[in-house]
Design a protein around this ligand. Structure first.
Ligand code: ASP
Length: 428
């Protein structure tokens, strides 16, 4: 089998959904399973709905209505005749009952929120955000069916079983493997990315942007031939085109290189995606949904990236901390373990670290705005200074030019070189 994954941008409106049809017509649909994310920015909108609900603000119900209207608009736009769409397809789509299905999903979301008794935010989050993927897959599946691509809609919660860690669930590979191979073999299925369920049947999610990971889980359990992630970029580039000029497409990349890039913060592929694929040597293609016949990038068992050029990753809004002993004593293993304990308690992710005899420097991502708490706690035992809003540049396969380019117009606070990787903390 082959697994395709279409992310939010590739189904963000009616013309994007029509383009999915074009991709499927171009690539063929033999031995295919399809994973789809929520449309456009629906997951963000659902997060706002949860936040509003938690403030006891009844306007969350009208926000749900807005979401309904947006999905209804996409359906209505899909019903409009445009070149390439046959009348028969459009009438089949109109008669497919999709509007009723969407209404039912929205009603069930409202019902669940009105009935909710749980004070567990992460639990509630998962029960609510899953509706984005449920809506999108219903629409995409109904549209493909009407246009002569007969798909079977599957509820991913009956395929991917997980633990109870809501918002960041761990996969139960044994149970999921059994369910997936029983239910998905030899069928052109469409299912939701990002969601699964625990053994009580409650919805769980795999972490934001988790649909790539869903595609990898399905591929692993079905021993798929390959996975393709369809994107609005030509493939994996050597840098983020929003930050760097003259980016270059990487044609081939070994799994470990892709894992390294994801680790340092490249946002092309969800970090958990690669491990299952590498385990079974399943190639991962990253391709453009605008130009589906172009090669894109393949992540597979090769020695090194092709072309072998510097790859740049920038993580902005980081915090650079310097932690020293109060009495000039060494910063030893005990202190480091103590400091890491604090970082873990405050949910800080470390991007770079360096230690000397009496000080320990780290660059951390403060996702949950806990820096003041962390510094307070550390200051009871150490001298702490910090600079907020720094950028962490990582260059894999760096050369002289890449160093110069970053250093030329920025204030470098720390530079660290390893054989393959150069990292710089800069204040822009
Ligand atoms: N819809 C989810 C998100 O926006 C999952 C995904 O798109 O991969 O995070």
């Amino acid at each position: 089998m082959r697994i395709f994954k279409f992310g939010g941008a590739s189904v963000k409106d009616a013309s994007a959904v029509r383009n999915v049809l074009n991709v499927l017509q171009t690539t063929g649909i033999e031995d295919l399973g399809i994973v789809v994310s929520a449309m456009g920015k629906t997951t963000n909108a659902l997060e706002v709905i949860i936040a509003t609900y938690q403030e006891n603000d009844a306007s969350y119900l009208s926000l749900i209505d807005d979401l309904y209207d947006q999905h209804l608009k996409i359906i209505e736009d899909l019903e409009v005749p445009v070149p390439g769409m046959e009348d028969l397809w459009l009438s089949r789509f109109r008669e497919s009952g999709i509007k009723k299905d969407i209404k039912a999903i929205i009603e069930s979301l409202k019902g669940e929120m009105l009935r909710n008794q749980s004070k567990n935010y992460s639990f509630l989050y998962d029960q609510v955000v899953c509706h984005g993927e449920l809506l999108s897959t219903r629409i995409v599946s109904a549209f493909m069916n009407a246009c002569g691509i007969p798909t079977v809609w599957k509820d991913a919660r009956q395929l991917i079983k997980t633990d109870h860690k809501y918002r960041d669930a761990g996969v139960d590979w044994k149970k999921s493997g059994k369910l997936i191979s029983q239910s998905c073999q030899g069928q052109l299925f469409i299912t939701q990315g990002f969601i699964g369920s625990d053994d009580n049947g409650f919805t769980t999610t795999l972490g934001r942007e988790g649909s790539d990971y869903t595609a990898a889980i399905l591929a692993y359990c079905l021993n798929a031939k390959n996975v393709t992630i369809w994107k609005d970029v030509p493939g994996v580039l050597n840098a983020d085109p929003r930050v760097f000029k003259n980016t270059v497409l990487l044609n081939k990349m070994p799994y470990n290189e892709a894992i390294e890039l994801a680790f340092y913060g490249a946002s092309v592929i969800h970090p958990k995606t690669l491990q299952p694929l590498q385990g079974k040597k399943i190639p991962l293609y990253v391709k453009s949904f605008i130009n589906p016949t172009k090669e894109g990038t393949v992540i597979t068992s090769v020695e090194t990236i092709e072309p072998l050029i510097p790859c740049y990753i920038v993580r902005k809004e980081m915090v650079f901390l310097k932690i020293s002993s109060r009495d000039f004593s060494f910063i030893g293993e005990n202190n480091i373990s103590d400091i890491f304990q604090e970082l873990s308690v405050h949910k800080m992710q470390v991007g770079l670290l360096q230690n000397s005899a009496i000080s320990f420097s780290i660059c951390v991502e403060d996702k949950y705005h806990k820096i003041n708490e962390l510094v307070n706690d550390l200051e009871s035992r150490y001298k702490v200074s910090y600079v907020e809003d720094v950028s962490l540049y990582t260059v894999r396969h760096y050369d002289g030019d890449s160093v110069e380019m970053i250093e030329s117009d920025k204030k470098v606070l720390l530079k660290q070189r390893a054989q393959e990787t150069l990292q710089l903390i800069v204040k822009e």
